[in-house]
Design a protein around this ligand. Structure first.
Ligand SMILES: C[S@@+](CC[C@H](N)C(=O)[O-])C[C@H]1O[C@@H](n2cnc3c(N)ncnc32)[C@H](O)[C@@H]1O
Length: 231
């Protein structure tokens, strides 16, 4: 039976009326998100690596920040039955797709409509053991990247970990391929990622032990894997 918590929930007054970049850059393309990501990003490889990196455990609370269509949230729930998995995204349409995917997979996942900057309000400060975010930060304006990381720090328990898989510094042919993403998501928000800004922003937000764990070349640019700790 599907838990009622799989129905997307709105956080009132948390700025959900403000704008955001949808999963594939334009709301009309969201229905194509899953097949496009499978085709163009070596999805199975990077999701498996990220899942191993996050290593969710039963009893843990794990937030998937910018969860999109819920693919990774479902994998987290399947890997660690007994973990509390929470998907956060400002796009109500994409959350409905995520909730349907979770229900079809028989997984109880709480989906919450909110921006990254409000992630600490979703469960409260110091509530999460882990926060994971995939292919999200390259879409965010600089101010939202900063505020999203600051809120993630607050949302994590001391010793909790942040895991980000996203387009990081692009060099050589990867810089050219990343233009595909930039043409969809816009240059202003994506270029700082291509210039390698993320690790500095993570440090600036107050995280320690900030590490680039891995980098994976794909047809749409290099995806970097970062890990950091809330002191
Ligand atoms: C490229 S999709 C990635 C989805 C998912 N994490 C995945 O791995 O497939 C980016 C997601 O970030 C969400 N997003 C955009 N702006 C956001 C913000 N300010 N805070 C949180 N999520 C945001 C979008 O709605 C979209 O679902």
């Amino acid at each position: 039976m599907v838990d009622p918590e799989t129905v997307p929930r709105r956080i009132e007054g948390r700025g959900v009326t403000a704008s955001f970049t949808p999963a594939l850059g334009h709301a009309a393309l969201s229905g194509f998100y899953d097949p496009v990501i499978t085709m163009l990003t070596r999805e199975r490889v990077w999701r498996a690596r990220l899942l191993d990196q996050v290593a969710p455990q039963p009893g843990e609370t794990v937030i998937d920040l910018g969860c999109g269509t819920g693919s990774f949230a479902v994998s987290l729930a399947q890997r660690a039955p007994g973990a509390r998995i929470v998907g956060v995204d400002p796009d109500n349409d994409i959350l409905r797709r995520a909730a349907a995917k979770a229900a079809a997979a028989g997984q109880n996942i709480l989906f919450v409509e909110a921006f990254a900057r409000d992630v600490a309000a979703v469960l409260g400060d110091r509530a999460a053991d882990k926060i994971v975010s995939s292919l999200v930060f390259h879409q965010l304006p600089m101010e939202e990247k900063r505020r999203g990381l600051a809120a993630s720090l607050r949302a994590l328990k001391p010793g909790g970990t942040l895991h980000i898989a996203d387009y990081g510094r692009q060099t050589g042919s990867m810089r050219m391929l990343f233009r595909i993403v930039q043409s969809l998501d816009g240059y202003e928000n994506t270029q700082p990622n291509a210039d390698g800004v993320l690790p500095d922003l993570i440090v600036e937000a107050g995280f320690t032990d900030v590490r680039e764990v891995d980098v994976l070349p794909t047809l749409t640019g290099a995806i970097a894997f970062y890990r950091a700790v809330r002191p």
